[in-house]
Design a binder for this molecule. Structure first.
Ligand SMILES: C[S@@+](CC[C@H](N)C(=O)[O-])C[C@H]1O[C@@H](n2cnc3c(N)ncnc32)[C@H](O)[C@@H]1O
Length: 194
């Protein structure tokens, strides 16, 4: 798939669900498809919206009925060194350090050496979020011997026209009485070749 075939969704639906955050839409899909993955996993896939756009993508979610497999990221039913690419958008994002260690260890175990996992994480350290930041991303790379192949960058949530919803990192909106930022972190870990 060299160009993205939008025929399954209207452009607006696509923007609503996939181009929801900078870099997580067209850019990620093109990056993944250029690698021609034989096995690709969308961990915590939610409604599994990437599936039509990435051949061989399997959506895994603990709760969502639209997933291909309902399972916990903490225990992936895949062999060691068997997966070509992983998406983890807003999903390895919850719980405490031991949960994150277990989930990232699973990512590391199943990836082929040199294969890439693409992350979007929430910086908020309010429950239930883990609270990613650059220091923690570096920490897990050292701990689990990931190579950071795309340094963490702040990405904005986008409106359906592709414009950043809020420009300022300190801007907040209230949802259910909770203060939330529309900015996330985006980065890639690659499994070490060593
Ligand atoms: C914020 S949503 C993101 C959904 C989708 N990746 C996206 O970008 O729109 C987080 C998703 O991760 C799933 N999730 C959270 N913890 C999980 C776990 N331990 N195992 C599998 N799925 C999990 C949730 O059920 C939810 O669908």
């Amino acid at each position: 798939m060299s160009e993205i075939d939008f025929s399954i969704y209207s452009r607006q639906t696509y923007n609503d669900h996939i181009n929801k955050y900078e870099r997580c839409g067209d850019e990620t899909i093109r990056f993944v498809n250029a690698r021609k993955p034989l096995v690709a996993l969308d961990l915590g896939c939610g409604n599994n919206v990437y599936k039509p756009f990435i051949p061989n993508l399997v959506g895994i979610d603990i709760a969502n009925v639209n997933a291909d497999i309902n399972a916990d990221i903490s225990k992936l039913d895949y062999a060691d060194n068997s997966v070509d690419v992983i998406l983890a958008f807003g999903s390895i994002n919850f719980g405490d350090e031991s949960t994150i260690r277990q989930q990232l260890s699973e990512v590391n175990r199943v990836l082929k050496p040199g294969a890439v996992a693409i992350f979007r994480g929430n910086e908020s350290n309010q429950h239930p979020y883990y609270g990613w930041n650059e220091r923690i991303i570096n920490y897990w790379a050292r701990e689990l011997k990931f190579v950071i192949t795309y340094k963490p960058v702040h990405i904005h949530k986008l409106d359906v026209w592709g414009n950043p919803l809020l420009k300022n990192r300190n801007d907040k909106r209230t949802l259910n009485g909770e203060m939330r930022s529309n900015i996330r972190l985006y980065w890639h870990y690659s499994k070490s070749l060593a």
